[in-house]
Design a protein around this ligand. Structure first.
Ligand code: SF4
Ligand code: SF4
Length: 237
């Protein structure tokens, strides 16, 4: 129980296949989030808590994609889905597969591409925070919104779980080629691999560099409206 007598939020953390960049980004927030520690109980986490059995949890953050050949990871993810009220795909490997699925090679340790899938291929995911890694500010805002029950802020993160393929080519096909891009450059600014660059005021996409982290698609303000709705607003139909 916390000092004010309320039940503490039970939080778990699971690290599957990824580079640990997401939790590194999370730690950038320690100064801001330290006050929240009194409101949560970290009840499960490989390096955080000394217990092997998985308890019931209010929220579990899962970093990394899941390797289908790793029976322990598959079992742990499925068990987390059963035991947690809210399962969050934390970072692009968990949300889209990211570089564990789409890297063209050269990274160490080089993944076996066919083996990895994002979490929603195996279990229902409630919320996804894309990013390679997600920015500390974005992580902080999602956590505060979750604690405060700000569903309006969380809605795009919930909707992102429906986007299994939210990559640079989807942005090109669904936004740029549909003439609803306003040339703001947000997609290029968000891209961690410089696969998306602005050329002559338009996004220019290099598929060979894309690790399908989903950030460009997620950050594009035009991607959250239906094409029909935007075209109507623009007087194009
Ligand atoms: S173009 Fe860049 S931001 Fe978009 S999905 Fe590919 S790597 Fe991510
Ligand atoms: S973020 Fe969207 S609207 Fe902005 S330049 Fe990229 S595709 Fe166009």
């Amino acid at each position: 129980m916390s000092e004010n007598g309320n039940e503490k939020l039970k939080v778990g953390y699971i690290h599957l296949s990824g580079c640990t960049g997401d939790i590194m980004s999370f730690t950038e927030n320690y100064d801001d989030l330290v006050d929240l520690l009194d409101a949560v109980d970290i009840v499960y986490g490989q390096t955080l808590v000394d217990r092997w059995d998985m308890p019931e949890m209010d929220i579990v953050l899962v970093e990394g994609s899941v390797c289908l050949e790793d029976k322990h990871s598959v079992k742990e993810l499925r068990e987390a889905r059963e035991k947690a009220d809210l399962l969050v795909a934390f970072g692009s490997c968990a949300s889209t597969g990211g570089f564990t699925v789409y890297a063209k090679g050269g990274q160490q340790a080089q993944p076996q591409h066919a083996s990895f899938v994002p979490l929603q291929y195996l279990v229902d995911v409630d919320l996804a925070i894309p990013g390679c890694p997600p920015g500390p500010e974005a992580i902080k805002k999602v956590i505060l919104a979750a604690v405060n029950g700000d569903m309006e802020y969380l809605e795009p993160f919930m909707k992102f779980t429906e986007k299994k393929d939210a990559c640079g080519c989807d942005l090109q096909k669904n936004i740029v080629n549909q003439s609803i891009c306003i040339g703001c450059g947000t997609c290029a600014a968000a891209c961690p691999t410089r696969a998306m660059l602005m050329k002559d005021g338009r996004p220019s996409y290099n598929c060979d560099r894309c690790v399908k982290c989903g950030l460009c698609y997620y950050q594009c303000t035009r991607s959250w409206w239906s094409i029909d709705q935007i075209k109507k607003e623009m007087g194009l139909q």
